[in-house]
Design a protein around this ligand. Structure first.
Ligand code: ADP
Length: 639
């Protein structure tokens, strides 16, 4: 951190070389070098590389870069004035500079800080005769004889020492002492004199601990043992009491780290280097203002017409980390304070992301809950509509049995009558001396067969009337068709209707509920019979046909009749629940038949041609044993 004097000189030489290289680079980078305006920025010392000078240089350069209409080549010179403390040495420096810039033709000079300005006021005429100057400096001291130069103008910043002392008193109400730190460099002494002037107003109110001009080691020891109710006022320490050269910002950091009291300062470039804060001179604002004036001069405005500008607004600026370090409550800061280097916690950085993600998850969860609830309610409604469907289907079957009453009575009476006749025949045969046993055996055989037939009819009726849950078995559709035709054959016959049964041999089985499929066939048969009896004269024909379709993947059953055609209006509502054209009809038959067909993975369709009557077509997948037929949703509403 500490550089002996000789190393400082070497650094100056190296720095000058670097400047020359940099100057060359600027010229090379500037494609319009021929029209470019040449500007020389003159720094007082090699603190050029320190934060304040760096900030100044970058700000003034960016101001020039923003101007598209003008091409400026920026050169830099460090006078290293601390190397030339007396007239003789200064004369040699001037001779060196004259030699160095003998060929150079500058359009503008920008001396930075009062010491540079004073130097240039003394020697500009011999070094750069007639070249206008735009300075940049702290007000109050320096610039002797400025009023005699009409080709010099510039921007000056205010150093607000009193305002910073007031800030310190605001934040430390018990404040009794101020320990002032300043080095022996040019700027250090300038700042110290400014401070002393301002502190006159606090004599008697605050005690002054003078830590100016000390060797750095002594200074560090002193700041670590300050009495209570003290703050440090750090002005600048580019050179210490032992003559060693430092970067003022680096020294401030060392002092702050060693100190047992908070440190205040007045130039914003020092913020972030251990200063709590202060009423800050804003270097960047000053540099931009200087660049603005320089731009006007380079554009041809007469320097005499541009009045010097003073920047008097020094905002209260603070380093958040130092406020925390000294336990200073942020609520004490004056309104409009600027707090820099605020450390944000992970929560602080990602708070809105976390809140956003959390809100999103909540919303998503809510949506899922609503969807699941809707799904559950739908399933429940479907289930209810399906216990309802079964009841309707059952009701429809009971109604069918009612319609078939006459036919069923006939189907049962016929075998019973045959049984009685055969039994009487057998009795008579047995009364003979030598009964013909073969005849008796034949009569008994007929009795058994008729009994079986009657049982089958009763079983069928029982199944239709019973309200059983859905079954699932392999079913031969030919058998279902045969049973249904048999059940209603007598009824059809009494009505003068002929029922033909045409069954395809070797039909694949279907999987499902035999009672339900029988209900479909019976409904279709009943409708067909009711349609054909409207024919005023025979023939009244109903045809039931089964077949394998789609290479055996589907089994179909068709019921066709030669009744009147279905008119278009009826056709539109054919499968609608409770739609009927019959005086005593329920209007449930076809809608239940379609639901049963769909529950078996199949379909029920119809065709009606004038003069040919109607044809209803049931299609069910063949042998889909593995697929359980799902419960039907309920009767269809609409065809
Ligand atoms: P329902 O027999 O109680 O009226 P359906 O749902 O079985 O109830 O039939 C609805 C209507 O469809 C019947 O009222 C009739 O108008 C018409 N329909 C059904 N089958 C035929 C058919 N084979 N020929 C002409 N119309 C028919």
């Amino acid at each position: 951190m500490c550089f002996p004097f000789k190393r400082g000189v070497c650094a100056g030489v190296v720095f000058s070389c670097l400047l020359a290289v940099c100057a060359g680079m600027f010229q090379i980078r500037d494609g319009h070098a021929a029209d470019a305006k040449k500007v020389l920025v003159i720094f007082p010392e090699n603190g050029w590389s320190g934060p304040a000078y760096q900030m100044f240089y970058n700000a003034i350069k960016s101001k020039f870069d923003q101007n598209d209409k003008m091409h400026v080549t920026l050169f830099g010179e460090s006078l290293d004035l601390y190397l030339f403390p007396n007239e003789e040495r200064e004369r040699r420096l001037v001779a060196f500079l004259r030699e160095k810039y003998a060929e150079a033709r500058f359009d503008l000079l920008i001396p930075v800080a009062n010491s540079s300005l004073d130097f240039m006021l003394r020697h500009r005429d011999s070094l750069f005769p007639g070249v206008p100057m735009v300075y940049c400096r702290g007000v109050a001291i320096g610039g002797k004889g400025l009023e005699h130069h009409s080709d010099v103008t510039g921007a000056a910043a205010t150093l607000d020492v009193a305002g910073t002392i007031e800030l310190a008193r605001l934040l430390q109400p018990e404040l009794k002492r101020i320990a002032v730190v300043a080095g022996t460099g040019l700027l250090d002494r300038f700042l110290l004199s400014t401070f002393r002037e301002a502190f006159k107003g606090y004599q008697g109110k605050l005690e002054l601990i003078d830590l100016s001009g000390l060797p750095l080691d002594t200074l560090l020891a002193r700041v670590s043992g300050l009495p209570g109710a003290t703050v440090i006022f750090y002005l600048g320490l580019s050179k210490d009491g032992a003559g060693r050269i430092f970067s003022s910002a680096a020294t401030q950091k060392l002092v702050s780290q060693a100190a047992n009291a908070p440190l205040f300062s007045i130039i914003d470039a020092a913020l972030g280097h251990g200063s709590v804060g202060g009423r800050m001179t804003q270097i960047e604002v000053l540099a931009r203002k200087t660049g603005e004036i320089a731009g006007r001069v380079l554009s041809g405005d007469s320097v005499a017409s541009i009045a010097p500008e003073a920047i008097s607004h020094n905002p209260a600026m603070f380093d958040w980390r130092e406020l925390k370090r000294w336990g200073i409550d942020e609520r004490l800061l004056p309104p409009g304070s600027i707090v820099r280097f605020r450390e944000t916690s992970l929560w602080g950085i990602y708070r809105w992301w976390v809140i956003g993600a959390f809100a999103f998850i909540c919303l998503q969860t809510l949506l899922i809950a609503v969807l699941v609830n809707t799904l559950i309610m739908r399933k429940q409604a479907e289930a209810r509509a399906s216990s309802f469907y079964q009841q309707l289907a059952h009701m429809s079957r009971v109604a069918t049995v009612g319609q078939l009453g006459q036919s069923l009575a006939h189907e049962i009476n016929q075998p019973l009558a045959a049984i009685r006749v055969n039994a009487e025949v057998a009795q008579k045969l047995l009364e003979e001396t030598h009964p013909d046993l073969a005849e008796v055996r034949a009569a008994l055989g007929d009795i058994v067969a008729d009994n079986k037939r009657a049982q089958e009819v009763i079983g069928c009726v029982r199944n239709l009337v019973k309200n059983t849950p859905l079954g699932r078995a392999r079913i031969a559709l030919n058998q279902v068709a045969t049973d249904a035709v048999q059940v209603m054959a007598a009824d059809a016959a009494t009505k003068g209707v002929t029922v033909h049964l045409q069954l395809e041999a070797g039909l694949p089985a279907v999987v499902g509920d035999s009672v339900q499929l029988q209900q479909v066939v019976l409904n279709l048969l009943l409708n067909a019979v009711e349609a054909v009896i409207q024919n005023p004269s025979p023939p009244r024909l109903v045809m039931v046909r089964t077949a394998a379709e789609a290479e055996g993947r589907t089994v179909s059953l068709r019921v066709s009749d030669n009744g009147p055609r279905i008119d278009p209006e009826t056709a539109q509502r054919l499968f609608e629940a409770f739609f009927t054209t019959k005086p005593k009809g329920l209007g449930l038959g076809l809608s239940i038949c379609r639901s049963i067909a769909e529950a078996h993975g199949g379909a029920l369709s119809y065709a009606s041609t004038p003069g040919k009557g109607a044809e209803f077509w049931l299609r069910v997948p063949a042998g889909a044993a593995e697929k359980e037929p799902h419960l039907p949703k309920g009767p269809n509403h609409g065809g």
